[in-house]
Write a protein that binds this ligand. Structure first.
Ligand SMILES: *[C@@H]1O[C@H](CO)[C@@H](O)[C@H](O)[C@H]1NC(C)=O
Ligand SMILES: *[C@@H]1O[C@H](CO)[C@@H](O)[C@H](O)[C@H]1NC(C)=O
Ligand SMILES: *[C@@H]1O[C@H](CO)[C@@H](O)[C@H](O)[C@H]1NC(C)=O
Ligand SMILES: *[C@@H]1O[C@H](CO)[C@@H](O)[C@H](O)[C@H]1NC(C)=O
Length: 482
């Protein structure tokens, strides 16, 4: 059985991995005692608060999930949202449609036709399905307890824009530098977005975050709308009071999902004028990766990244390819530790096709689903670093490793050790600042392990000892005693 062989539901993932992989983790006897080291966690040194980890099933990807057999539907939902058997994702990013129809992978608008101008009575249409995003959202919220739903429009409907098309760029009529003979559509677009939230509220799904742009620095053949920082600020000045008037005071406005970290940073100057109306700054990582903080006091989310073109890869580590799990564990680390991000979202969770643009692949015959190690890299973060956790300081650690730590709302401390090098060793983890270690657990992910529990020994001084193999990620979770 090769790596690319799809896993069937009748076979457990672990059995598949044991049968299918030839790489082996270093045995204990190969550990180099010189690499024994201690990580000290400093709970008094606090950084950003974490909102969570997630992905999207927009552009009709949710329809692909929904078309699976009932047992595979449950399996993929578990892989995404279950904290015991899957990634335990805590954020779902939905797409708010702007297209006049559902052909191809279009996201259909809730007002496909111009109602007769910006001040005409709206003619909304709700199909109660939203390309199966209603189903995924309901499952996420009701079955798995997901609390953060990010609804994000890629564009306004075409008739609200300078180019009369929801695709191919164009701008929202009425923002600076975008005047249209049809009038100013800012208020109509704000009303439209609020109506979308209301449709979800009516089915028991609370949208918590609302975005009105996606990659506004890119013109492309699918839904896309251009905006600079000033134009985004113009619209936020209308959107925030519209939300408040509809009693959605807790819904946070996000902006602007720019194509890269640097391009989003470049929009911040103009967004300062609406600072009090802006909830979360959102950026993608395609044209530049998060390597330093964006200059803002607002929480910043990395809302989209993926290996879009790479051939489907399931390995945790092989030759440092763009789709490998270890690479994604490291990318998440960079965003959280180097760039102060409060959330990290992959592009698509589950879909068919032969690239790494998703975490879980639906086989071509649609009878099987195959999780990649990217999913397990996310699991290592998402399962143990829960919404509300605060990043805390660390010092020390094995040579070549990236170390991070978070204090969860329940008082537990989660420490991540990503060893990108080949060196293996024993590592001690010590939490300072009045923390008394009760129980401790470690989990290992590498080529041959997925969420496998490891031995973690608590010493008399509270230091927890774990083995960290080369090319692996180890999470250690320490519960306070008492
Ligand atoms: C998550 O997975 C575990 C283990 O398979 C299972 O027992 C549990 O019921 C699942 N949780 C939900 C909410 O489905
Ligand atoms: C506004 O929302 C609050 C709770 O969020 C609720 O108690 C109140 O009844 C709502 N008011 C209206 C007018 O819907
Ligand atoms: C990190 O983000 C938080 C908000 O989540 C902000 O208050 C803080 O100033 C940021 N720190 C840096 C160094 O940018
Ligand atoms: C990473 O995730 C996999 C799956 O949950 C798990 O086996 C492994 O132990 C996890 N590692 C950490 C550090 O949580």
């Amino acid at each position: 059985m090769g790596l690319s062989t799809p896993i069937s539901l009748t076979m457990t993932l672990r059995a598949f991995l044991l049968a299918g992989l030839t790489a082996t983790a270093p045995a204990r006897s190969t550990l180099d005692p010189r690499q024994a080291s201690t990580i000290t966690v400093d709970l008094t040194k606090t950084y950003q608060t974490i909102d969570g980890f997630g992905m999207s099933e927009t552009f009709q990807r949710a329809n692909q999930m929904h078309a699976l057999s009932e047992s595979l539907q449950r399996y993929v939902l578990d892989l995404l949202f279950n904290r015991t058997s899957g990634a335990g994702f805590s954020i779902l990013r939905n797409g708010i449609g702007s297209s006049p129809d559902s052909s191809s992978d279009h996201m259909v608008s809730i007002q496909p036709k111009n109602p007769g101008g910006p001040t005409a009575a709206p003619k909304y249409i709700w199909d109660g399905n939203d390309n199966s995003q209603v189903w995924v959202s309901t499952e996420a919220v009701k079955t798995y307890g997901v609390k953060t739903i990010y609804a994000n429009a890629w564009s306004a409907p075409g008739y609200m824009k300078t180019n009369n098309n929801d695709a191919n760029g164009g701008s929202l009529c009425g923002v600076t530098g975008a005047s249209c003979s049809s009038g100013d559509w800012k208020q109509a677009y704000a009303n439209y977005l609020v109506q979308y939230i209301t449709y979800y509220k009516e089915i028991g799904v609370d949208v918590t975050h609302l975005g009105f742009l996606n990659e506004p620095d890119l013109t492309t053949s699918y839904a896309s709308m251009r905006s600079n920082g000033q134009q985004a600020a113009d619209f936020i000045k209308v959107l925030r009071p519209t939300l408040d008037k509809a009693n959605y005071t807790n819904v946070k406005v996000t902006c602007c999902d720019a194509e890269g970290w640097s391009s989003q940073a470049g929009m911040m100057g103009s967004l300062n004028s609406v600072d009090s109306s802006l909830g979360v700054v959102t950026a993608h990582s395609y044209t530049s990766q998060p390597s330093s903080p964006i200059n803002t006091k607002k929480p910043v989310w990395q809302t989209e990244n993926a290996d879009l073109q790479g051939p489907w890869a399931t390995a945790f580590y092989s030759n440092n390819g763009a789709g490998e799990g270890l690479n994604w564990a490291t990318k998440i680390y960079d965003a959280l530790v180097r760039a102060n991000a409060s959330a990290y979202l992959y592009w698509v969770g589950v879909q068919g096709g032969a690239t790494n643009s998703k975490l879980v692949r639906i086989s071509d015959d649609k009878k099987q689903v195959i999780p990649s190690k990217r999913l397990w890299a996310f699991a290592n973060w998402s399962r143990h670093v829960r919404p509300g956790a605060v990043r805390v300081g660390t010092s020390g650690g094995p040579s070549g490793a990236r170390v991070s730590a978070f204090r969860n709302v329940d008082g537990g401390v989660a420490v991540q050790i990503i060893q990108t090098g080949s060196g293996a060793g024993s590592v001690g983890v010590k939490v300072g600042g009045g923390f008394t270690t009760g129980a401790a657990t470690a989990w290992l992910t590498d080529n041959t392990h997925d969420c496998d529990k490891q031995t973690a020994t608590v010493g008399s001084d509270g230091t927890v000892s774990v083995q960290v193999p080369g090319r692996s990620m180890v999470s250690v979770v320490l519960e306070p005693s008492g």
